[in-house]
Design a protein around this ligand. Structure first.
Ligand code: CUA
Length: 397
């Protein structure tokens, strides 16, 4: 006797349950880079200590409610019986329900308020970094303070020392963005005209990923961010390298020719510390003329980072990036400080970016009627110039 096929409706339900289970399990991946359930520092840990009991209590309440609803739906389903007498309200249940839920909220409020106050206090932080959101990248500037004599400006990757509280002073030059490194702390909005502080601390060296979490225009979804934590001595090495101006590329080399193209085409927006014009004056970007959001990223030490274009693309090839991400906390610092070697440079995408940036992420690089644009424009460089510029960029360690 042939076996009957399952009824299609039941099949659909099974597939739905399977897909649901898959989604739930996907959230449990061990190497999920933006998982708030895997804190890597004391601030995120404090949030985790709060969210776990709340999640468990809410989970138990949720299960009880679901069981009660399903029981009632099944037990009192329509079997053609007469409609029972209608009644409204039962004081004891209503008051009991209000008291029980209010009590749960009151109990949760105590650690919640304490956590909010603790995380708002930045008085114990030893380092200050100004964080500025722009369409569609983050600028980090390290102002002069104890331990920093020369200001440092970088972008895409925030570099911090491990085991120390870092105070971020977050703002925006255009629209509202939101700063979030899930493994290190909660979110903080970047609002034009306001400075909001956020404490950040990592327990061990590594790269901690995040992304802008406030819709901020065409490339919001491409606006990534990374916090890179280095041990104290490695952080000091990084800092001292960042304060160095870039050396001029030797003349009559591909990189030297690239520097000429860079000076002719790129310094309108991008800055490289140490570059001078023929009269010996520093070439400083005058981005306001073109981008309402202010300057484009400072490229002085581009190859000390691992990403470009608002951290959207990797400066490292896939293989080299995999090696860095797989490094143990002990191996990580020295590997990161090595920067991008010529063998590891993701030259293909960097060339594509220089060739035609607007083709790689959505933006509006052509100025509108008010003369305002956003993002890197199409420069119309020849293939040879593109090659040379990338040769030059590769020297910016
Ligand atoms: Cu910046 Cu979304």
């Amino acid at each position: 006797m042939p076996i009957c096929p399952r009824p299609p409706r039941r099949r659909r339900l099974q597939l739905l349950l399977l897909a649901g289970a898959g989604l739930v399990l996907a959230g449990c991946a061990e190497d999920a880079p933006q998982d708030t359930w895997q804190p890597a520092g004391p601030n995120a840990q404090q949030i985790d200590n709060l969210q776990r009991p709340v999640f468990y209590i809410a989970g138990v309440v949720g299960v009880i409610v679901f069981i009660a609803v399903f029981y009632c739906v099944w037990r009192f389903r329509d079997r053609g019986q007469a409609i029972p007498p209608q009644s409204h309200g039962k004081s004891i249940i209503e008051i009991g329900g209000i008291v029980a839920s209010a009590s749960i909220l009151a109990v949760i409020a105590v650690p919640t308020v304490r956590t909010i106050f603790d995380l708002a206090d930045t008085s114990d932080c030893s380092l200050t970094v100004n964080v500025t959101g722009q369409q569609w990248w983050w600028e980090y500037s390290y102002p002069v303070q104890p331990g920093i004599e020369t200001p440092v400006v970088t972008s895409g990757e925030l570099v911090i020392p491990t085991g120390e509280c870092v105070m971020l002073r977050i703002t925006s030059r255009d629209v509202i963005h939101s700063y979030w490194i899930p493994k290190l702390n909660g979110k903080k909005d970047a609002v034009p005209g306001r400075v909001q502080t956020l404490r950040l601390e990592a327990d061990y060296p590594g790269i901690f990923a995040g992304q802008c979490t406030e819709f901020c225009g065409l490339s919001h979804a491409n606006m990534k961010m990374f916090a890179v934590a280095l041990d104290g001595p490695d952080f000091a090495t990084w800092l001292s390298n960042q304060t160095e101006p870039a050396a001029n590329a030797p003349e009559d080399t591909p990189a030297g020719d690239g520097q000429d193209v860079f000076v002719a085409q790129c310094v309108r927006c991008h800055q490289v510390n140490g570059l001078e014009d023929a009269d010996g004056n520093p070439l400083i970007s005058q981005a306001e003329d073109y981008l309402v959001s202010g300057a484009a990223p400072d490229l002085t030490h581009l190859m000390s980072r691992t990403t470009f274009a608002g951290a959207t693309f990797s400066l490292l090839t896939e293989e080299c990036r995999a090696v860095l991400l797989a490094a143990t906390p002990e191996e990580f610092g020295p590997l990161y400080l090595d920067g991008v070697s010529p063998e590891c440079l993701n030259r293909v995408q960097l060339e594509q970016w220089v060739r035609n940036a607007p083709a790689m992420i959505p933006m509006y690089p052509t100025p509108n009627a008010d003369g305002l644009g956003r993002g890197m424009p199409y420069l119309g460089l020849s293939e040879e110039d593109i090659d040379r510029v990338v040769d030059y960029l590769a020297t910016l360690k």
